[in-house]
Design a protein around this ligand. Sequence first.
Ligand SMILES: Cc1cc2nc3c(=O)[nH]c(=O)nc-3n(C[C@H](O)[C@H](O)[C@H](O)COP(=O)(O)O)c2cc1C
Length: 331
Amino acid sequence: MANLETQYAGLTLKNPLIVGSSSLTSNAVNLKKLEKHGAAAVVLKSIFEEEILHEYQDIIATSEAKGEHDHNLDYFDYKIKEDNINEYIALIKSAKKELSIPVIASVNCVSSHEWFYFLNKIEQAGADAVELNIFYFPADFNNSSKKIEKKYLKIIEKAKETVSIPVIVKMSPYFTNLGAMIGKVSKKGADAVALFNRFYKPDIDLEKKEITTADIFSTPQEYVIPLQWVALMKDRIDTDLAASTGIHDGTSFVKLLMAGANVNYIVSSVFKNGPKVIGEILDYLNNYLDENNYQSVDEIRGLLSQGNIKNPKVYERAQFMKYFSDRKDII
Ligand SMILES: Cc1cc2nc3c(=O)[nH]c(=O)nc-3n(C[C@H](O)[C@H](O)[C@H](O)COP(=O)(O)O)c2cc1C
């Protein structure tokens, strides 16, 4: 059997499969099951910036100073926040106690306000790394892309100053100049970049004429989104890469490694297929490596990244020109 040992964000993992942040990773019982089925690490469910006490105080102070009152804030009270924080710290501690694989904490954040003290608590609780799930919703006409990018970079800078455990940045694909932004995140010192987060989307119920929630799970076709960007970034940045979105089975798992991912995050597939899918994916990887005479997973990592192929432009092709220009028989 080939050697699956993998380096990611300064952590040594027994294989390249990580179960990503979600409700799957929000309690010790689930976490133990994920480890038992072969996960090499887990990213805990995110705690949200708004759940962190100091940030709340800060928002209140700012909105009061501006003479505003945001009614949404009425839903949060101090007690709930303190409970959330204690609960999250307890989750990290119990995960560390119960598991022998690395435990990565996750914070969903949008500002570089006072919530950073919480990163110290995460580190003290024993988390092996922290993932910043940063997302600023870009619908404000008065905000420039430069300003938004600056916010992201400030958060990373402050996180790196605050803790000594590895800092992973989970990014969204929604940047005007995505490649350059990933480059900036890497230069700011992120120990790894996870491409990409996938978000809640609203939908419309035509019968009830109401807003509903779109399917929260990815489809197996979506793996091509991280595949393109992992392949493009692999040789351009000096930072480890995690692929996330649409990796549901062994085939897409191996493809993402070939594109250049150090590790792959799996979420929807575990929801849909149960934790046994972890073992199935690892079996596929092992068989693929054996059948193709590879001794280790490192030998296939980045084999087909942009820098390693004869025609690197294929990863930058965006239009379907070739397929529609001379087809007269389509309709
Ligand atoms: C129910 C659910 C909850 C999630 N919660 C979080 C979260 O708290 N933090 C986070 O960074 N990502 C969260 N995600 C996103 C996943 O970590 C992952 O990036 C996304 O689902 C794409 O991977 P997949 O195609 O394997 O599902 C969540 C996804 C789902 C389906």
